[in-house]
Design a protein around this ligand. Structure first.
Ligand code: HEC
Length: 404
């Protein structure tokens, strides 16, 4: 697809995705908050769960919750489902536009040539669909032991994250983790929450007794979704943080952030009835920071930069700017130019151009980070830069990026 077109489509899909996700997650937060803050007023009969007053935008709102509804339905009943479906559909559109197009440059790992383009896309789809099936089957099991089911789910999540990092690029694996969790969330709405609610409404219309198990099933999946919100939002924004997904232990970093943020979500959920919640959030954050420091200490030794084999003969040679410039011409300019030749990524380089030596010098630090330390540039190593060339660029930056 033409670079300009794909950029515009990407913008529209991303914009819609973020707006829908804000609405969906915002509702998840609000309804969870309500469940914890509604108080029994002693009126309204046994079906009444509780009520509360809210003050917002200059008005007083009274909210009451009923577990079961009396024999008639209210004339106007609002459902919440399109925010969830829109988030998922726009997310799939983005996945295709950004990660499945351009021959999978963001999805695939150039250091993993076993996984080609078609297989990579097929594997990504299989992980998402298979992930949903396994998760759903596990929680449909009649043996209602939520602790064991929860534990198995988390172990499977760890395995899935590790597997995806083994197969895809770091950036691709982070995003795929988000796509997987987002699909579980949307699947919960589509296959459980909404159908349960439909059955509840149908029972009321038919004048039958309501099956409270339906409400419990919807609530259980809704709580799963609530725990997934913080981790999914992290993966949505993770593509801006090359240092995380480009780290040699990227999968561990991701797991620390997923578990810590889900725990914080939990403490925030129970904060109204559990006094030490803030201390617990602090302790979780401290534990995550310690884990991350350990990961960075460990990962330093295994870093991508360290994998560049030292070459004493070449390293003894002085770096000339002419040599650096010819590397940049050959390996970077197809994308990073006012007049790019790469048909796919040229429009998306964020205005980083290397047409003039001063532009290269201005980005020298980032050039070293992206090309030498993380090795996330050239993108998907599309231009075939060699390890020697990476080392040379790094030495040039270390020498103060001289232009002569
Ligand atoms: C196939 C296209 C392509 C090639 C070739 C390429 N880049 Fe990039 N580059 C991109 C895209 C797309 C982005 C923006 C997305 C991102 O940051 O990952 C980018 C962003 C950057 C950034 C800015 C982001 C930041 O982290 O500050 C730098 C610096 C960069 N590239 C350096 C290089 C260098 C140096 C080379 C050559 C050794 C190179 N790139 C080759 C596509 C490319």
């Amino acid at each position: 697809m033409d670079a300009q077109w794909s950029e515009w489509l990407g913008l529209i899909a991303r914009w819609v995705h973020v707006i829908a996700a804000i609405m969906w997650v915002g509702n998840s937060m609000l309804f969870n908050w309500l469940d914890r803050n509604l108080r029994d007023s002693g009126e309204g009969g046994p079906a009444k769960f509780g009520e509360t007053w809210l003050l917002h935008s200059g008005g007083f709102y009274r909210v009451e919750k009923f577990r079961a509804q009396a024999s008639t339905l209210p004339p106007l009943l609002h459902w919440f489902k399109w925010q969830s479906y829109t988030t998922w559909i726009s997310g799939v559109a983005l996945l295709i536009l950004v990660y499945f197009s351009g021959r999978g440059a963001y999805l695939l790992n150039p250091l993993n040539p076993r996984l080609g383009y078609a297989d990579g896309v097929a594997l990504a789809v299989a992980v998402i669909a298979g992930g949903w099936l396994v998760y759903d089957l596990l929680w449909r099991m009649p043996a209602r032991n939520a602790r064991a089911q929860g534990f198995i789910s988390l172990v499977l999540l760890v395995l899935a994250v590790w597997f995806m990092h083994d197969q895809f690029s770091g950036r691709g694996a982070y995003l795929m983790t988000g796509a997987l969790l987002g699909t579980l969330m949307a699947g919960n709405v589509f296959f459980h929450i909404i159908p349960s609610q439909k059955q509840m409404v149908a029972a009321i219309e038919a004048g039958q007794d309501q099956d409270l198990a339906l409400a419990d099933r919807a609530k259980q999946r809704s709580i799963h979704n609530n725990y997934m919100t913080f981790p999914v939002i992290f993966t949505m924004i993770s593509n801006h943080f090359g240092g995380l997904y480009g780290h040699p232990l990227n999968w561990l970093i991701l797991l620390v952030l997923v578990f810590a943020s889900a725990a914080i979500r939990h403490f925030m959920n129970i904060r109204f009835t559990w006094k030490p919640w803030l201390a617990a959030c602090g302790a979780t954050t401290a534990a995550a920071v310690i884990a991350l420091i350990a990961i960075y200490a460990l990962g330093g030794r295994a870093s991508a930069a360290a994998r560049l084999a030292p070459d004493p003969v070449a390293d003894a040679q002085p770096v000339t700017f002419d040599h650096v410039w010819s590397i940049v011409q050959n390996r970077c300019l197809s994308c990073h130019s006012e007049h790019p030749t790469d048909p796919v990524f040229a429009a998306a380089t964020g205005g980083v151009h290397f047409d003039h030596p001063s532009q290269l010098k201005a980005y020298a630090d980032r050039v070293k980070i992206r090309t030498v330390i993380q090795q996330t540039m050239p993108l998907a190593n599309k231009t075939g830069i060699t390890p020697q060339e990476r080392r040379l660029l790094g030495r040039w930056v270390d020498a103060g990026a001289p232009l002569d």
